[in-house]
Design a protein around this ligand. Sequence first.
Ligand code: CTP
Ligand code: MG
Length: 224
Amino acid sequence: MGVVVVAAGSGSRLGASLPKAFVPLAGRPMLAWALETVAALPGLRSLVVVVPEALADPSLPPWSAVSLPVGAHVVAGGAERTESVAAGLAALDPGCDVVLVHDAARCLTPVAVFERVVAAVRAGADGVVPGLAVVDTVKTVDADGVVTGTPERTTLRAVQTPQGFPREVLLAAHASGMVATDDAALVERTGHRVVVVDGDPMGFKVTTPEDLERAERLAGGPRA
Ligand code: CTP
Ligand code: MG
């Protein structure tokens, strides 16, 4: 199994002076938290960390508090998340049968979520996403903000990472040249069946300063 951790975003909504993955959470960069969990995964064969081009050298100072697992590769990402994932896939050991793609910004995701995703891929799914039931009623709207629909809430899931795929399926989806905010969307569009497994509230994405405060509070507590 191989893992691509995407950490190449700038974090514009967080608004810190460093790229988001290198911003400290309880004293250690968010990337360090994410990599600690990935390094603990049973069966990990290959790990690629995708970072902003300016930080692609792990001897640079922002890396000093990140322990990079032995054998991990660091590569530069692109302007869109999809490009960053593609760069990571290109550097992954081709012998990996299953590939997980994980957002460094979901730095507190428990290892159990990774294990559920891997198990579902090994059980035969073309794509696996961790998801949570949606608590709010969700509306679709047009460009003028006029409501165009109200999907039945029980049919909705808020999805997280890691998302898992057989390597060949994910490579083919990326070769299509499409762009999306998650990898499962590319796999869905290539006609494959993607299934949802239980996500975890700790798998939320640190996006805003309020999210970082919440993560700081939670990082002090027990971890799964
Ligand atoms: N990501 C990436 N390459 C990009 C954009 C995003 O590797 N060009 C990664 C981020 O580092 C993050 C994950 O994708 O781990 C989810 O993206 P997001 O939360 O949107 O992070 P940023 O793009 O950094 O934040 P913002 O959109 O606020 O600028
Ligand atoms: Mg972004």
